[in-house]
Design a protein around this ligand. Sequence first.
Ligand SMILES: Cc1ncc(COP(=O)(O)O)c(C=O)c1O
Length: 377
Amino acid sequence: MNLFDVYPLFPITPIKAKGSWLWDDRGLKYLDLYGGHAVISIGHSHPCYIEKLTSQISQIGFYSNSVRIAQQEELAYKLGELSAYPEYNLFLCNSGAEANENALKLASFHNGRKRIIAFKNAFHGRTSLAVACTDDPSIKANINRNADITFLPLNDEEALENAMSDEICAVIVEGIQGVAGVIMPSNSFLLKIKSLCELHGSLMILDEVQSGYGRSGRFFAHQSSSVTPDIITVAKGMGNGFPIAGVLIAPYIKARQGMLGTTFGGNYLACAAGIAVLDIIKKEELIENSRKMGEYLYQQLSGLSTLKAVRGIGLMIGIQLSPLAAPVRKALLDDYQIFTGSASCKNTIRILPALNIQQGELEFFLVALKKILETKP
Ligand SMILES: Cc1ncc(COP(=O)(O)O)c(C=O)c1O
C-alpha cells in the first residue's frame, strides 16, 4: 500500500530530535524554527516529558471516557491555573479542527442558532464546520459548502457591526492568524467582537490552536487585551507532538450528558503529555522566554532594511520579504539546515520555534538570513 499523496515533502528523513535540533538519517543536524508547525512547545525529547509518558504507559495507556480518569482532572486544574481561566470547564479532544468543530457545535447547542461569522484568510482546520469557517476555497469540497458562514475583513469594526444580528450563533477568530502569515487582530477589534456578541446573544470563539500555550509571550495571544472569550480552543503546543486538544468553556455554558463525546480524547497518555507540557512551561518559565526571545528576534529583524515587514509577537513571527519566500526558505534549509514555516501569503516566512529556544540559536538564523538576502534581495 502507498501513502495517499497529499503532502509536498522536504526530501529529509529526521530520525532524532533534541531541544530545537533535529538529525536526519544522513547525520545532518537541523535547527528547527518551525516546530513541526508550531507544535513543539517545550522542545523535542524533553527528559521530563519522556519520563512522564514512559511511566504512564507502563501503568495504563488507554481506557474510554466511561470511567473517571484522574489525569484529566489534574490537566484541567493545571491548565486553568496557568492560563488564568480557572473557572472555565475543559472538554478534551484530539486535534485543532476537532476542538473548533466542538466549539462551534457547542455554541449552536447553547443558543440554538446556526449562522457563523469568520474572517478573511482565517484557518480553523479541515473537518466539516472548521473548514467551512476557513477562508480557502481550495481545501473545501462541495459537501463543506452548506454551512452558513459570513467572512469579514479582520479588524474592520464597521463591517462587523453591520453583519452582527440576533441570528448570529458565533464569531470565530484566531488569537493571531497563523496560516495567513501572522496577522494580529487589534485589541479594540477583539473587544468589539465580544461586546457585539454580548449584545446579540452570540458566542465569541477564540481559536488559540496555534497562538496559544505561551507562543505569543502570554499564555493566550488574546490576553494582551482584556477580552474574555466565551469559548477558547487549544491544540498544537498542548501535547508537544502527542495528539491532544481542548475546548475551554465559560461556566455559563452548561453541559448536558452526551452533548459532546470522543473515543480517544483525554486518554491517559494524552493527559500525561499535556500535564508534562504545563509543568515544564511553568517550571522553566517558558512563557517568559518566549516573550524575551520574541522581542530579541523582532528587534533584530526590524533592523533589516531588506525586509518588507516583520509581524507578530513572542515566538510567532512573520517575516515578509520582497521576493517570494520559497527560494529563501529553500536556501535556509539546503545551505544552513534551518527549518522555517511557509504561509498562504507567498512572500512570508513563519518562525514558530520551541518556547525554550536560546538567543545563540536565533543568532545562527539571523546570520544565515542576512547572507541569503544579500544574494536574493
Ligand atoms: C489556528 C488554527 N486552528 C486550527 C488548526 C487545525 O488544527 P489541526 O491540524 O490540529 O486539526 C490549525 C492548524 O494549523 C490552526 O493553525
